[in-house]
Design a protein around this ligand. Structure first.
Ligand code: DO4
Ligand code: MG
Length: 285
């Protein structure tokens, strides 16, 4: 069951339930105006299944504009959770290599702040590459949707856009490599009611198109993530509360070759087998 946010003709955000590739159910007549109360519910799937029986209006997905599937949640990200990410970072940074090696094996994961909700880019909107970076890549990641109790209520697709030259120059530049205009995309919807073990069987695919030609493709499996989802969420909620819940990206396992950098007008397409597809064009910011 996939939950989405969309804008109606009056530009008002509404909540919907994705029925199939082309149709959604508008949950507004069932009294749903925000996602948060649903995500706080102990069993959102049961609640939504009941609503879906109420003869709600059907809309074509091509008639609405999807918004990023979050409201007031901060977005955080985990890093160096896949072996591929560890080896790539060790290669990009001369003096930071041991830090990446250590954090991969350490008890405490790397977690960093990624985005305020209002800065997150939705499916179809441009993601940014910094104008002062030479080496920019998308990071396709499974994102955990957590309620205020730190419980995983769903999953969405995240793109942790990164400037690898800035990140590689100094570990202290990580916030500038990771947090800038249009550096985080989420969407298209939240998949609810899936256990961690089922999500671990999903695949993540990345394809990058330039002028219609595929210039990079890669694939990984969510099962390659070294850490448990509750472990990551548990560290995020240590000594910190999130009254609006939080979204936590779980790290990348797909890294394009070192010679590859994104360019303006490239098209980034991320597919997570259990969720759907997040596509964004690239712009310079
Ligand atoms: O420490 C650098 C960031 C790592 C990251 O974003 C990832 O592994 O996905
Ligand atoms: Mg990342």
């Amino acid at each position: 069951m996939n939950l989405c946010r969309f804008k109606d003709q009056q530009d008002q955000a509404r909540i919907g339930l994705v029925v199939n590739d082309s149709t959604l159910l508008d949950l507004t007549p069932a009294g749903v105006r925000q996602m948060q109360p649903l995500l706080e519910n102990d069993d959102p799937v049961a609640q939504l299944e009941e609503m879906a029986l109420q003869g709600l209006p059907r809309l074509g997905l091509d008639q609405v504009r999807l918004c990023a599937p979050l409201e007031r949640q901060e977005v955080w990200a985990a890093g160096v959770t896949y072996l591929r990410s560890k080896t790539a970072r060790m290669g990009e940074s001369e003096f930071g290599a041991t830090a990446y090696d250590r954090v991969y094996a350490a008890e405490r994961p790397e977690l960093f702040f990624k985005s305020l909700p209002e800065k997150v880019v939705a499916a179809g909107e441009p993601v940014g590459i910094r104008r002062d970076a030479r080496w920019s890549v998308p990071e396709p990641e499974l994102a955990l949707v957590l309620n205020s109790r730190g419980t995983i209520v769903g999953y969405t697709i995240g793109n942790d856009m990164s400037a690898r030259d800035i990140e590689g120059e100094s570990l202290l530049y990580l916030p500038q490599a990771k947090v800038y205009e249009r550096s985080c995309a989420l969407g298209p919807s939240i998949r609810l009611g899936v256990s961690e073990s089922a999500a671990r069987a999903w695949t993540i695919g990345l394809s990058i198109r330039r002028q219609g030609q595929v210039v990079f493709t890669g694939q990984t499996s969510v099962g390659q993530i070294k850490r448990g989802f509750d472990e990551l969420a548990g560290f995020l909620f240590r000594s910190q509360s999130f009254p609006n819940g939080a979204v936590l990206l779980t790290g990348t396992g797909i890294v394009p070759p070192d010679a590859f950098t994104l360019q303006a007008q490239d098209l980034v397409e991320i597919e997570v087998s259990g969720i759907g597809r997040l596509c964004n064009p690239v712009t310079v910011v």
